[in-house]
Design a protein around this ligand. Structure first.
Ligand code: SAM
Length: 294
């Protein structure tokens, strides 16, 4: 199918874990074996040829580099966490974005990484250990049950909401969707509605943290119901707290579906054209939101 063909042509992205290794050294090391170049949007991301298996590469094995796609690597960058900040990663396992946040913060400040499922929380701990991130506290529990007024969260200025989603932007899911079955689409709709309800609740909860200034919401889904619709549904509440949508990665031309005023701020990746389906939204707390054409 077109999907399989495209996937074979998909370049290998490698995110350099700058907690352990600098980008120039990584370029030299990978360059000894492969053609390698820097990505033009994510500063610590390298592009290698398609079809190579890097799982056993020493730099990957020792946590100096992570096999992480471009869209996934754009999420932590969109949040722009600064060294010294306190950041909450609401839905964090297996922790790829958690340790990326830690690297962007140069290991300074604090990340509270929340994960509901105990098994996945163990996986998160392993990722953190492998990355050598020392400023991450793991919270094994339900993000929706966290109390925003708890002093633990009083200095949280940025929140990443990367909730469970349908995964419809990923190759395996897309192949599943090719199976002809009317039943499957009914089940899908029920599943999508449930997922969207959770995604919306998680984002609403994030908005209620007293010191939060920046919130990034992301999914690896292509469905409007999990993406634009979730953002649209929280906008009235968000603006009552002083949050506005802001354009993340303005140089990226594929924006949100034009289903509401301001959807041009949203970022989309297309599963075929960009080889990965993804969605990113950025909310920033301001005194008042500028009026822009959609
Ligand atoms: N951000 C992760 C990364 O980049 O590696 C991927 C996150 S994954 C899309 C969503 C995660 O949220 C899953 O590990 C899931 O178990 C967790 N989760 C689901 N519901 C949750 C809740 N109520 N509170 C905290 N975590 C939750």
């Amino acid at each position: 199918s077109i999907y399989r063909t495209r996937d074979v042509c998909k370049p290998r992205y490698v995110r350099v874990n700058t907690l352990k290794l600098d980008v120039e050294t990584a370029l030299r090391e990978f360059g000894k074996q492969y053609m390698v170049q820097k990505d033009n949007m994510v500063p610590d991301l390298l592009i290698l040829p398609s079809g190579i298996d890097l799982h056993d590469h020493p730099l990957v094995a020792n946590g100096s580099a992570f096999l992480q796609g471009k869209a996934s690597s754009m999420v932590a960058v969109a949040l722009e966490p600064k060294p010294g900040w306190e950041v909450l990663d609401a839905c964090s396992a297996p922790g790829n974005k958690t340790v990326h946040l830690a690297a962007l913060m140069r290991g300074k400040g604090k990340i509270i990484a929340c994960e509901l499922h105990a098994k996945r929380a163990k996986c998160l701990v392993n990722t953190i250990r492998k990355a050598g991130a020392t400023n991450v506290e793991v919270l094994n529990g339900d993000f929706l049950s966290t109390d925003p007024k708890d002093p633990t969260f009083s200095k949280v200025s940025a929140i990443l909401v990367d909730p469970s989603c349908s995964g419809s932007g990923t190759v395996a899911e897309r192949l599943d969707h090719l199976l002809p079955s009317n039943k499957a689409s009914e089940v899908d709709m029920t599943r999508l509605t449930k997922l969207a309800a959770f995604q919306q609740r998680a984002l609403v909860h994030a908005l209620s943290f007293p010191s939060v200034e920046r919130i990034v919401y992301s999914t690896c889904s292509v469905h409007q119901i999990e993406n634009e619709d979730v953002i649209k549904s929280v906008l009235p509440l968000a603006s009552s707290y002083g949050f506005c949508l802001e354009t993340t990665f303005p140089q990226w031309s594929r924006r949100g579906f034009p289903v509401f005023h301001g959807s041009h701020h949203l970022l989309r990746m297309d599963p075929v054209e960009d080889q990965e389906g993804f969605f990113i939204a950025l909310l920033v707390r301001k005194k008042s939101c500028p009026v822009t054409a959609s």
